[in-house]
Design a protein. Structure first.
Length: 225
């Protein structure tokens, strides 16, 4: 698979979700996103307004996380988080689903949780990526998650937060791509640190990569044009 440097950059969510991040770190993140043309910066809600101010004249979106990292917030809290994030300038919402409810088989709870955030975000034209946390799910649960995410109307299904002891795998990307509706995209996230890993995820069906290593990936592969 051939991919240009610009095409690759437009598939990267340039991510910084450490709770120790300070203003200068976020400023650098945005500067790098502008330099390389990344699809988005993905930051905690606290920094959405700052990123929006820096990036508002660019094509790089501001992405934030909702119900992060465990997904066990009440749905009303996730709705409030989403509204605040959009008010602050977020254009993409990466929400963690109710993982425990999924494991319990409470599909209606999971569906309502996702759909409530989707309805809130879509009113303002924001994109929603539903994080299912693949590393804690068995295959049956992953397939169930695909069906629920599809029916609830999210724009993406996303593998992982990166905070649950595991991240994206090629096998999971293939499974999600096979079972989620064709018009829903797949985001691979968690533990993707090299260009080779990212390219393998793309070849398996991912259209977005969440990583904090996008700059290193591009600098290590200057032959791409």
């Amino acid at each position: 698979m051939s991919i240009t440097k610009a095409q690759f950059a437009r598939m990267i969510d340039h991510t910084l979700l450490k709770n120790t991040a300070i203003r200068k770190d976020i400023e650098l993140l945005c500067s790098e996103a502008l330099e390389f043309g990344f699809a988005s910066v993905c930051v905690h809600p606290f920094y959405v307004g700052m990123c929006s101010s820096i990036l508002h004249k660019s094509s790089t979106k501001v992405c934030t996380v909702i119900g992060f990292p465990h997904g066990m917030h009440r749905t009303g809290v996730k709705i409030a988080e989403t509204r605040q994030a959009i008010h602050d300038g977020a254009q993409e919402i990466d929400m963690v689903i109710q993982v425990g409810a999924l494991i319990d088989g409470d599909k209606d709870i999971v569906w309502n949780d996702i759909r409530s955030v989707v309805d809130t975000a879509h009113q303002s034209g924001a994109v929603v990526k539903a994080i299912i946390e693949t590393s804690v799910l068995n295959e049956e649960q992953k397939i169930s998650a695909c069906e629920i995410v599809s029916d609830a109307g999210a724009d993406f299904i996303k593998t992982s937060t990166g905070f649950a002891g595991g991240g994206a795998t090629i096998e999971d990307i293939r499974l999600l791509r096979s079972y989620v509706d064709p018009d829903i995209q797949v985001k691979a996230s968690g533990g993707i640190r090299t260009f080779e890993q990212a390219l393998a995820m793309i070849q398996a069906g991912a259209t977005r990569i969440g990583t904090s290593s996008g700059v290193a990936m591009l600098r290590d592969h200057e032959p791409m044009v």
